[in-house]
Design a protein around this ligand. Structure first.
Ligand code: SAM
Length: 368
């Protein structure tokens, strides 16, 4: 892989993703802007002061050649994206195009055993699912995880409080990592009462000699999360839309193993990177906001001081860069069975094309 562990890129994630080798990432978690039509800013005086990002989508946010890039590889998806302008408005089309070109790269760099978790909210979730089905395949959809929290209602509000986010989990293929034990949850009181009784088919647990036995590690979890509150208290850095560490720890424990590579291409204040470090995974973070660098280092230092990390890491262990990873030379890739190939480069975006070639020799007409 052409990116080392603990690398933080401070840049637009598109050229960075385009520069990353194919099929080298085990888990991608992304929490991009949701097309909420507003801008976000960290409060003055908070550790994240200075951090801001925009979530308003205009014509200037897309590059002309993306039309061709999407239409050429995924004509069906291109049509759906065009239709979103009619159903919703132009901002949705622009947002989905910006997401599609990036998700296309995420699909390419994910290992065949890898998983991707796309965090969004009801503004665009139903449109994003079209994009994910087109790029990852409907058969690779694993779960729609619903993260529920509580939130105060606004004065005079005349609808229900929106108090959940959606996280789409897709695997790249039919082989994926799933570790259920670290994410099991306590049984309900009703289930506990059934322990030792004759098996009730509708209850939790499993049957041993006709009696209900509960798993000592807890019950098999559902696709909704109600035990992780919205961020409050000490963990809060002020970084706009920061997600709870516990949520990321849950995703990373379930869908990766120790030593695996976790990538967050919209990492913000690096919640996923800190969770990956705690769980002894390798990590790569990308964020366009320059303030992400200081806040990431601050959070890693704090986790280190609090003994949350196995080995205390020095900030010199974190590589910060704003340049795309260097492309592997095609010649280096011609070894038998190695199909990763840059067809053009991440910096040459007008002629950009990168894929997982199945026949390198014929693509380049090398005559060998
Ligand atoms: C919803 S926040 C992520 C919050 C993060 N999950 C956390 O817990 O801190 C979205 C992030 O995407 C970043 N972002 C927006 N557009 C980007 C782009 N094109 N490339 C990289 N980062 C981008 C923003 O700066 C912002 O930090």
């Amino acid at each position: 892989m052409n990116v080392s562990n603990r690398t933080l890129f401070i840049a637009d994630n598109l050229p960075i993703l385009r520069g990353i080798d194919s099929e080298c990432i085990d888990l991608i978690y992304l929490d991009p802007p949701f097309n909420t039509n507003r801008n976000y800013k960290a409060p003055i005086g908070s550790p994240a002061e200075g951090a801001e990002f925009k979530d308003i989508w205009r014509d200037a946010d897309i590059e002309h050649q993306w039309h061709g890039e999407i239409a050429e590889t995924h004509e069906d998806l291109y049509q759906v994206i065009q239709a979103s302008e009619i159903i919703y408005d132009k901002s949705m089309k622009i947002y989905l195009m910006a997401m599609a070109v990036r998700l296309f790269e995420m699909h390419r760099i994910l290992k065949p055993t890898g998983s991707i978790y796309l965090h969004c909210d009801p503004t665009a979730s139903h449109y994003l699912k079209f994009v994910m089905d087109a790029l990852f395949g409907k058969n690779n959809f694993r779960n729609e995880v619903v993260w529920c929290y509580t939130r105060m209602s606004a004065k005079g509000q005349r609808k229900l409080s929106q108090a959940h986010d959606l996280i789409f989990w897709y695997s790249k293929t039919s082989k994926w990592t799933f570790n259920v034990d670290p994410i099991r949850l306590p049984y309900a009181e009703g289930s506990k009462k059934r322990e030792g009784h004759t098996l009730n088919r509708l209850g939790s647990g499993y049957s041993k000699e006709g009696k209900t036995v509960l798993n000592p590690l807890g019950k098999f979890p559902e696709d909704w999360i109600t035990h992780i509150p919205y961020l409050r208290g000490k963990e809060r850095t002020g970084y706009p839309t920061q997600k709870p560490l516990k949520l990321l720890e849950r995703i990373i424990s379930a869908s990766s193993n120790k030593g695996d590579v976790v990538l967050d291409p919209f990492c913000g204040c690096a919640t996923a990177c800190v969770a990956a470090e705690k769980l002894q995974r390798q990590w790569i973070g990308i964020d366009i906001s320059p303030s992400a660098e200081d806040i990431t280092k601050l959070r890693l230092e704090e986790a280190s001081q609090q003994g949350d990390l196995l080995s205390s890491i020095q900030m010199s262990d974190v590589t910060v860069s704003n340049a795309p990873p260097s492309e592997l030379l095609i010649l280096k890739l011609l070894s038998k069975g190695d199909y990763r190939v840059p067809i053009s480069t991440s910096t040459n975006s007008t002629a950009y094309k990168r894929d997982i070639a199945t026949d390198v020799v014929s693509i380049f007409a090398l005559g060998i």
